[in-house]
Design a protein around this ligand. Structure first.
Ligand code: NAD
Length: 235
């Protein structure tokens, strides 16, 4: 795969072996919550305290988990290839801590907060930022409440132009740990295929859109991705 353009899209499954729960493994709930109760703009309007506390718990949890061999394998792939783009649906920072230097977070990030008034983003991971009380911005004269810097269901994912440009020009498109339920990420395999890319899936089980891929590797990413990366680097 050296000399080819590779785009990797990761989902919650790549962080599962680090101890971060995915969305849909068992019951359709995320950490015991219905998705529409914690991950929509309507939920933030209706019950901001519940949503805030939910994301504060996710932010605190991020400090307690470590990257796993799957994150590290993708960092190795990046370091060995000239044309490599990593796009993640994940809001955690495990790719960065696993060694990846260029990560596109299409669904936002847990370590930043967004001013509700100005939209400005601040890195806010001090102990005082991780409490259950709301955080307030440093940008407005009258400090405004901040919201999680997360793309909720019904909102537009970030950096989509850049992502589509990369996917459309890729030679190989690889998805790791994604259920194929959440659009537009789930549809990117079609964009890649119609642009002529070879498509590869690495997932614990066959997901909804599994048959859309040219090549499927089923198993835990932390267990099978390191060897796959080694084999891709010798191809
Ligand atoms: P998802 O939860 O819908 O699907 C996860 C997929 O990963 C499943 O198909 C599952 O079989 C697979 N999986 C589970 N363990 C695995 C492992 N060890 N190795 C490989 N695959 C494994 O996740 P999604 O498709 O990313 O979509 C859900 C949304 O959830 C995204 O928008 C994302 O922002 C959000 N989310 C993010 C995090 C995170 O940042 N870590 C965690 C939960 C949810």
């Amino acid at each position: 795969m050296r000399g080819t353009k590779i785009v990797v899209l990761t989902g919650a499954g790549i962080s599962a072996e680090s101890g971060v729960k995915t969305f849909r493994d068992n019951d359709g709930l995320w950490e015991n919550h219905r998705i529409e109760d914690v991950a929509t703009p309507e939920a933030w309007q209706a019950d901001p305290q519940l949503v805030w506390k939910f994301y504060q718990a996710r932010r605190r949890q991020m400090n307690e988990v470590e990257p796993n061999p799957a994150h590290e394998a993708l960092a190795k792939l990046e370091s060995e290839l000239n044309e490599f783009t990593l796009v993640t649906q994940n809001v955690d920072d495990l790719h960065e801590r696993g060694g990846s230097s260029n990560v596109i977070h299409m669904h936002g990030r847990l370590q930043t907060l967004r001013c509700e008034t100005s939209g400005q983003i601040e890195h806010r991971m001090d102990d005082s930022d991780l409490k259950d009380e709301y955080a307030f911005c440093n940008c407005c004269a009258e400090p405004s409440r901040m919201r999680p810097d997360i793309v909720w269901f019904g909102e537009i994912p970030m950096q989509m132009e850049e992502i589509y440009a990369a996917v459309e020009s890729s030679d190989v498109f690889i998805v790791v740990g994604s259920s194929g339920h959440v659009y537009p990420a789930a549809g990117m395999v079609h964009v890649a295929k119609s642009s002529g890319a070879h498509t590869i899936l690495v997932n614990y089980e066959m997901p909804l859109n599994g048959l859309d891929f040219d090549e499927v590797h089923l198993g835990k990413a932390g267990e099978i991705l390191p060897d796959l990366v080694e084999s891709w680097l010798t191809e």
